[in-house]
Design a protein around this ligand. Structure first.
Ligand SMILES: N[C@@H](CCC(=O)N[C@@H](CS)C(=O)NCC(=O)O)C(=O)O
Length: 196
């Protein structure tokens, strides 16, 4: 099994964290999606990372699917609860975390474009979405065992620290900040801190 990998990608980080959680061996293939290398395009025509190629040769693209696949074949405690209220809660939190990532990664990419009024409006809209999502997490339930929702939140907060460290997401969100600090003791997060 191999994964197209970037140490800076929070989407890749989610998948690697799930693999580490289950002790699954996954070969990391360095792939810069912005350069669209042939070896990535062969597995993902969208030129995005992560892309996971299973031992059977099936290419899985999009981190939610990859995480669910890895959790399915893994033998550790399940991160995706069985169908029922716990599952929908975990998936809802995972989607909120992915939404933070989509907005933050979009802001990061657009910062390389000319700083015209259109870009500034785009940036303000994405920043506001992130703020609301963080407030919703602060107001929500963060206790209980690690699941795919909480794992996604840790990766999203780690990405905010990594790329937007000058913007204080912890201010006024002591519950979320305490949750994050506690999770950093878990080696699946400590060993996958973003780099690049
Ligand atoms: N929805 C995708 C998003 C993946 C994604 O956008 N990855 C970024 C790297 S952080 C990428 O490959 N960007 C290249 C591009 O958009 O062209 C997922 O969850 O895996």
């Amino acid at each position: 099994m191999r994964i197209h990998y970037s140490a800076a990608s929070p989407y890749v980080r989610k998948c690697v964290a799930v693999a580490l959680h289950h002790g699954l061996p996954v070969e990391r293939v360095p792939s810069n999606p912005h350069l669209s290398p042939d070896h990535l395009l062969a597995d993902n025509p969208l030129s995005k990372v992560p892309s996971l190629v299973t031992d059977e040769g099936l290419a899985l693209n999009d981190s939610p699917i990859i995480c669910e696949y890895l959790d399915h074949i893994g033998t550790g405690p399940k991160l995706f609860p069985a169908p029922g209220p716990a599952r929908w809660k975990a998936l809802a939190m995972a989607a909120l975390a992915d939404g933070i990532l989509d907005a933050a990664v979009g802001r990061r990419l657009s910062s390389q474009f000319p700083q015209d009024e259109g870009r500034q409006k785009y940036d303000a809209r994405q920043k506001a979405a992130i703020t609301r999502a963080l407030d919703a997490l602060e107001a929500g339930e963060l206790s209980g065992p690690l699941d795919i929702g909480k794992l996604g939140v840790v990766c999203a907060l780690g990405y905010l620290d990594f790329r937007f460290g000058q913007e204080d997401w912890r201010g006024g969100r002591s519950k979320l900040a305490a949750f994050y600090e506690a999770q950093l003791g878990n080696r699946i997060f400590a060993d996958t801190m973003p780099q690049g």
